[in-house]
Design a protein around this ligand. Structure first.
Ligand code: ADP
Length: 247
């Protein structure tokens, strides 16, 4: 699907928790091959965007369209099957299962790839290596994830997310807790995955990383889109400076 509607389009979605409007008519889009950075202060609704798009918390208003298909009311499981993959702010794994078992499960639980049409196994291997996990070392692959370090978990989680060639990849603060070298690896591999035709949304606090990696930036504040533009315009945007950087 290379048409004008290719990729993800979020149109006017709202979501409340109790009396709190976490998302208030948010619209944004990301096309295949594009990296969109979602930034904004804590509590501005970034993770909720990911949770709503993936069907974890359905939107109360608005529409979510993936490659021309309306996915607004679909169940999370179905949205995953359509090729939407995510990672979590804190990597979610099963501490008693091994690295190999995680990759096996990720492949079993996800449907065959939809878009990229390419076996991403080489990328899985690369991600593991970047995370300090040697895919050719059986002892390493047999290690339970409860024994892994933070960076290793992070890269394993991304490897699991791409195990079945998603069309949309949602990364929630992937650089948090990574070393400088790990961050560079993450940056490079994210760019390369986008270049394969995956649409990528990355929630990120590191503005230097955002500037280098993102094609476009959306700034959220109190559940609304405050600003949207190119990363090189970000620092010149008065509204962004005031709200996000404190002046
Ligand atoms: P961000 O990712 O930008 O830090 P979030 O999307 O996590 O912000 O949260 C936006 C707002 O919605 C916050 O005020 C948060 O407390 C609230 N919120 C998010 N998820 C829930 C939930 N499951 N239950 C209640 N409140 C929530």
């Amino acid at each position: 699907n290379a048409g004008p509607d290719a990729g993800l389009q979020v149109r006017g979605i709202s979501r409340s928790f109790g009396g709190l409007k976490a998302l208030d008519s948010v619209s944004l889009g990301v096309r295949p091959g594009e990296v969109l950075a979602l930034i904004g202060p804590n509590g501005s609704g970034k993770t909720t965007v990911i949770n709503v798009v993936t069907g974890l918390y359905p939107a109360e208003e608005g529409r979510i369209v993936l490659d021309s298909e309306d996915i607004t009311r679909l169940k999370a499981r179905r949205i995953t099957e359509l090729g939407v993959a995510r990672t979590f702010q804190t990597p979610k794994t099963f501490p008693g299962l091994s690295v190999a078992e995680h990759l096996f499960l990720a492949k079993r639980l996800q449907p065959p790839g939809q878009v990229v049409g390419e076996d991403l196994d080489p990328w899985v291997r690369r991600l593991l290596k970047l995370g300090g996990i040697d895919p050719d070392d059986p002892r390493m692959m047999a290690r339970e994830t409860g024994q892994l370090g933070h960076g290793q978990l992070r890269f394993l989680e991304i490897a699991m997310a791409i195990r079945h060639s998603p069309r949309l990849l949602l990364l929630d603060e992937p650089a948090a807790g990574l070393s400088q070298i790990e961050m560079q690896g993450l940056e490079q591999v994210t760019r390369e995955l986008a270049d394969l035709g995956i649409a990528v949304i990355v929630v990120e606090h590191h503005l230097d990383l955002v500037t280098r990696l993102a094609d476009r930036v959306v700034v959220l504040e109190l559940g609304k889109v405050l600003w949207e533009g190119r990363p090189d315009e970000l620092m010149d945007a008065e509204a962004v400076r005031v709200a996000y950087l404190g002046g």
